[in-house]
Design a protein around this ligand. Sequence first.
Ligand code: NAD
Length: 303
Amino acid sequence: MNAVLPPTLIDGKAAAARVLAEVGSEVLTLKASGIAPALAVVLVGQDPASQVYVRNKVLRAEECGIRSLEHKLPAETQEADLLALIHSLNADDSVHGILVQLPLPAHIDETRVLQAIDPLKDVDGFHAENVGGLSQGREVLTPCTPAGCLRLLQDTCGDLSGQHAVVIGRSNIVGKPMAALLLKAHCSVTVVHSRSTNLRELCRQADIVVAAVGRPRLVDADWLKPGAVVIDVGINRIEEDGRSKLVGDVDFDSALTRAAAITPVPGGVGPMTIAFLMKNTLAAARLQHPATGLPLSTVENPA
Ligand code: NAD
């Protein structure tokens, strides 16, 4: 991490293309041993953003040679009916990964639904068994966004041992699993959140900053130590200069003046999330067929 060099733009699209190519070739190997990886994606309701996410996931799966099954249910679907579908997908040996697109309608208990997914098919890594396994440092299906962020960091910095990482945000989807992954990669980890004091000062001590907040351009150069590596998870839609645009949780132009490397929004973390969903589907297929002898390798990491 050298502040004297011009900042590196961490190209998430290119990194994701590499991950997807790896997955594609490993899918061929798996198919040669008689296993055709398949991902079931369940969407309840017609939320436009969720529909786009699901469509993209299905398209990516097909590009990698992973069979995808879409289950689109009406918004008024009862929880019992959704649980029945999950139980039937759990029991179906030809389905290796199950993803329930969030958020679910308010009348459905999200935790109960996520807990109903077989942990071996839980490609989002949200089941308590996988959350616990990650915090124990076991090799389990791991949430896709933080797994993608870790890969970007390892590609950019190499060995992360001893680096001080500050994670901004403590959500179950990003912040907490990110912190667990960075600990597993031997970083010293500080997690800051909406109730933290001295956010800026804590951030300024970081070699690595991961921002997962949902606040447009919260982090600027003043929050960064020269030479910090910045991963911007945030996706915020704002109106500016008379048009709608997507920005991150980091003020990109300002951060460029201090950071050694930074992800853009869009084109940074976003493409990695979907690439790691494919990687997790492959890993789930292997978990369910241990006789293949192939490693799980969701996240490359020393013990
Ligand atoms: P969340 O709302 O569940 O959690 C946000 C976290 O930020 C909370 O822990 C909260 O304590 C913290 N926070 C809020 N305001 C803060 C402040 N002023 N200072 C410090 N901390 C504060 O959100 P999330 O699901 O973790 O998502 C965070 C962002 O990442 C959102 O913009 C979301 O759209 C984006 N996201 C992107 C991807 C991707 O693939 N790129 C995936 C998931 C989420």
